[in-house]
Design a protein around this ligand. Structure first.
Ligand SMILES: *[C@@H]1O[C@H](CO)[C@@H](O)[C@H](O)[C@H]1NC(C)=O
Ligand SMILES: *[C@@H]1O[C@H](CO)[C@@H](O)[C@H](O)[C@H]1NC(C)=O
Ligand SMILES: *[C@@H]1O[C@H](CO)[C@@H](O)[C@H](O)[C@H]1NC(C)=O
Ligand SMILES: *[C@@H]1O[C@H](CO)[C@@H](O)[C@H](O)[C@H]1NC(C)=O
Ligand SMILES: *[C@@H]1O[C@H](CO)[C@@H](O)[C@H](O)[C@H]1NC(C)=O
Ligand SMILES: *[C@@H]1O[C@H](CO)[C@@H](O)[C@H](O)[C@H]1NC(C)=O
Ligand SMILES: *[C@@H]1O[C@H](CO)[C@@H](O)[C@H](O)[C@H]1NC(C)=O
Length: 363
């Protein structure tokens, strides 16, 4: 990424200038000079382009993105936020240094709980794990938000947009929605499902589990299976449309109920956000809380001690990229984000993505 090209849009947020940065997608990959295709479809050579979210299929070559840090069994708690890097622009790819990075928005620590904040100004908050997992079980103990127009999410997301979701839309506090996507494909009918009858998801902690195995995907609440998807049931048009690629774990609180959202999205999220809500007026933010995250890896090939990361290879079957283990470094080696130039590189990309109408894909 030539930094100056990125700098331009920040100063004048005009839509045409977004085109000053090379864009990338499945049909147009990045040039050698800016080889990494970011999550949002922009080419560059630093963080965030080459780290989390870097799409190998739209990058210059399959190995342009930095390798994806390998899964480690862990139970993350939040006595403080010291393992959460609050400014993702500073991340250099060293997954031993931090467990999570804040990619947009703001966090707080409230009595040993990680609070994700949503304000009228910050556009919501998203944090991502620094490590990936390639099959396994992840359980988050969380309290969702409870306000119309606001969605809380706990998802896994791969760099080619294989995605598994728990979502809590709006002011419904007795439901949790599950969903999954294969390479970002939105199917009709979609793969969503709703678990009902939960005790208040805002006031009570529940354990939400994604049990993602090579042949089955299960969703659990408080240890009970509420949904099972078999890989063999996901075949469509001769292609198995099942998540298979290493994914980061992400948490977010995001403003779906805004005037710029599609009508269906506003309705799904419970209506427009009311910033005159007494909760907002008194606290200055809306929020969702994460108490713990328990990750148990189940790599198809158990990694040896020297293994550091996952890399993509040629397709292993129709439209399914192969995934291999590597001992290569995941670090950018001193080339993190665009600091000293345009402030927070990720905020900049966020602004550019908003201009390009990509908000729906951001969270
Ligand atoms: C892919 O990107 C190229 C270059 O920006 C653009 O011309 C093309 O329309 C894009 N294709 C899709 C399917 O978005
Ligand atoms: C990565 O972070 C760990 C923990 O902070 C540190 O011990 C290690 O030296 C770092 N590795 C590199 C290559 O900077
Ligand atoms: C959610 O908020 C909307 C908009 O304020 C309101 O119409 C609806 O009744 C609320 N639903 C619940 C379950 O509280
Ligand atoms: C973490 O999850 C694993 C597997 O699901 C389970 O065996 C273990 O007891 C959990 N640990 C904690 C501290 O919850
Ligand atoms: C490999 O799979 C990807 C992801 O579906 C697809 O975009 C690409 O065209 C496939 N490549 C080949 C050579 O079939
Ligand atoms: C990775 O493994 C290869 C082959 O075993 C070895 O030659 C190389 O030194 C290793 N690299 C690192 C960074 O450990
Ligand atoms: C993140 O760090 C960069 C580089 O130091 C800095 O320019 C930017 O203002 C920081 N962003 C936030 C939100 O603190």
């Amino acid at each position: 990424m030539h930094s100056l090209a990125v700098l331009l849009p920040l100063f004048s947020l005009a839509l045409p200038l977004v085109q000053a940065v090379a864009t990338c997608n499945a049909t147009t990959s990045c040039p050698a000079s800016a080889p990494c295709c970011s999550e949002f479809g922009f080419c560059g050579s630093t963080q965030p382009f080459c780290l989390g979210g870097c799409n190998p299929l739209a990058s210059h070559t399959l190995d342009s993105c930095k390798p994806n840090p390998i899964c480690k069994n862990a139970v993350h708690t939040f006595a403080d936020n010291s393992r959460v890097l609050s400014n993702a622009t500073l991340f250099d790819g060293n997954a031993s240094a931090y467990d999570f990075i804040v990619e947009s928005g703001n966090i707080m620590n409230s009595n040993g709980e990680l609070a994700m904040l949503l304000t009228e100004q910050n556009g919501g908050t998203r944090i991502s794990s620094t490590r990936y997992f390639h099959y396994g079980t992840v359980t988050a103990r969380l309290k969702a938000s409870r306000w119309a127009g606001i969605v809380t999410a706990f998802i896994t997301m791969s760099n080619v947009k294989d995605e598994i979701d728990w979502e809590f839309p709006g002011n419904t506090t007795t439901e949790a929605q599950s969903n999954y996507f294969w390479q970002g494909l939105v199917t009709k009918p979609n793969h969503g499902d709703v678990a009902t009858g939960l005790s208040d998801t805002f006031s009570n902690y529940h354990d939400y589990t994604i049990d993602w195995q090579p042949d089955t995907l299960k969703f659990l609440i408080d240890g009970k299976v509420v949904r099972t998807v078999k890989k063999s049931d996901t075949v469509a048009d001769g292609v198995t449309q099942y998540p298979t690629t290493p994914a980061r774990i992400q948490f977010s609180i995001w403003p779906a109920g805004t005037a710029s959202s599609a009508a269906g999205t506003v309705q799904w999220s419970g209506g427009l956000i009311d910033y005159n809500d007494p909760d907002y007026v008194s606290a200055g933010h809306f929020y969702a809380l994460v108490q713990s995250v328990n990750i148990t890896c189940n790599d198809p090939t158990p990694p040896g001690a020297d293994i550091t990361a996952y890399v993509y290879g040629a397709n292993s079957s129709t439209n399914t990229p192969s995934v291999a283990l590597t001992n290569a470094t995941t670090d950018l080696n001193g080339v993190p984000g665009m600091q000293g130039l345009a402030g927070n590189g990720i905020q900049l990309l966020l602004a550019m993505s908003l201009a390009a109408g990509l908000l729906g894909q951001l969270f």
